[in-house]
Design a protein around this ligand. Sequence first.
Ligand code: AMP
Length: 192
Amino acid sequence: MAAQIRRIAVYCGSNTGRGAAYMDAARALGAEMAARGMELVYGGTHKGLMGAVADGCLAAGGRAHGVITERLAAKGHTHEGLSEVEVLPSMSARKARMIALADAFIALPGGIGTLEEFMEVWTLNQLGELGRPAGLFDAEGYFQPFMGFIDHMIAEGFLPPAHRGAIVVAGEAGALLDGLAAHEPVVVPKWM
Ligand code: AMP
């Protein structure tokens, strides 16, 4: 049965990326979540796409819940307008808290921090520890090279083909949220 999604953890770049399109996509996702009554859980900063997804959500009347580390908060990175902020001692505590809060997970374009967080939830789903929908917001086709590498994993025998479909990949906020809401966990074993 498809899950009811009330809160989504969004992972994304703490930089803006090149041009305006990635920032626009982040704001659009925040706004679409707010329009659907979904709360944003994210890293709590005002920087880059992370700040933009929170701004989009808050400007559309939604709730944005930040979970930030002491180290980043001490650098002055905390977004000042959030509905709720939690400050935790380490990245690992922060990631665990974000996972505990969220019914579903999205990665927008970003760097190694974004990929690491998204791969953790995909892996926990693959091992059966989480069982919650996860997807990529493929703005500007940003994740196509990454999905190409996933195909390489499949071709080389390290990932069952069915597991490619265990995440939702969409280039538009509404389609991505619809895909997550309708998504059924993949039950094909990881070992081939
Ligand atoms: P990156 O994609 O390398 O820019 O890293 C972004 C991810 O790392 C986010 O999803 C956050 O979880 C974390 N992160 C990086 N920089 C910050 C920051 N200034 N404040 C809070 N979290 C951050």
